[in-house]
Design a protein around this ligand. Structure first.
Ligand code: SAM
Length: 259
């Protein structure tokens, strides 16, 4: 059983707090509130990132016919986890979750509540082990069939851009033609207040998360065919009716298809 330290704030639990989840403790609320006191927009960023993830999964199921998902950097369970969105639309969908945080592992049970027609699995592995991830995923997914790789808010934890690109490339190399990448990341160049707040947070000794310029986020899609409208601030990607005039925020992403 993993020992959970509730006396120190934890980044995944703070993210969960901003998302409105319940897997967090007073110490995380305090740290989350300290961040929002400096930059209240972080709550919108966290929720817009999750909402983009949900819309991209909906597109993958309904428009692209994808039924297999590999979600690396899953995070703590919250509302509308990947399998819930996919299996609501296509109950036979299969999902493999991957995270390396013991706390996420401790809560993984909520991620494993699959429909009877589908499958969900959780693999306690690191993004830095792409070959192991693919091998583990192949126990649940048929990796000769199109699969969507989901990287939502994880690559900011990899400081070096070339290394981050290489990890994406190696994961995609294990997936066949017709597979997709759904990726969204915190970005630099849209909101100086966000950049200042995040840079300050990174200096506190917390697990750092680095914002990237949009062209670096776009580079993760090299070699893929981008689904319209390409790489954009996430509220502007296939907005819900009524949300078309949403303001750009410092979170960019998109969807690309492996030719
Ligand atoms: C900001 S959260 C994003 C969670 C979720 N994907 C979302 O979009 O709401 C980042 C997640 O990446 C995970 N993560 C960070 N580094 C990782 C690594 N090297 N391998 C696997 N997971 C990692 C963290 O544990 C955390 O759950």
């Amino acid at each position: 059983m993993t020992e959970i330290d509730t006396s120190v704030p934890h980044s995944a639990r703070i993210w969960n707090y901003w998302l409105g989840g319940k897997d967090n403790y007073p110490v995380d609320e305090a740290a989350g509130d300290a961040y929002t006191a400096v930059f209240p927009g972080i709550v919108t960023i966290a929720r817009s990132s999750r909402a983009f993830l949900g819309r991209s999964i909906r597109y993958l199921v309904t428009e692209a016919g994808v039924r297999q998902f590999l979600d690396v950097g899953t995070g703590l369970p919250t509302v509308d986890n990947t399998h819930e969105v996919a299996q609501r639309l296509a109950p036979e969908s299969k999902i493999v979750y991957v995270d390396n945080d013991p706390l996420v592992l401790a809560h993984a049970r909520a991620l494993l509540a699959s429909t009877p027609q589908g499958v969900t699995a959780y693999e306690d592995l690191s993004l830095y082990e792409p070959d192991k991830i693919l091998e583990a995923a192949s126990r649940t997914l048929d990796l000769t069939r199109p699969t969507a790789l989901i990287l939502s808010g994880i690559l900011g934890h990899v400081a070096d851009h070339d290394q981050a690109r290489d990890l994406v490339r190696r994961l995609l190399a294990g997936l066949p033609s017709g597979s997709y990448l759904s990726l969204n990341e915190g970005s630099r160049g849209t909101d100086p207040a966000y950049e200042h707040a995040q840079d300050t947070y990174n200096e506190t000794g917390a697990v750092p998360y680095f914002l990237r310029p949009v062209d670096q986020i776009a580079a993760f899609f090299d070699g893929l065919d981008l689904v319209d409208p390409g790489i954009v601030s996430v509220p502007l990607w296939h907005p819900e009716p009524g949300d078309e005039n949403a303001r750009p925020i410092g979170q960019h992403g998109g969807l690309g298809r492996k030719p």
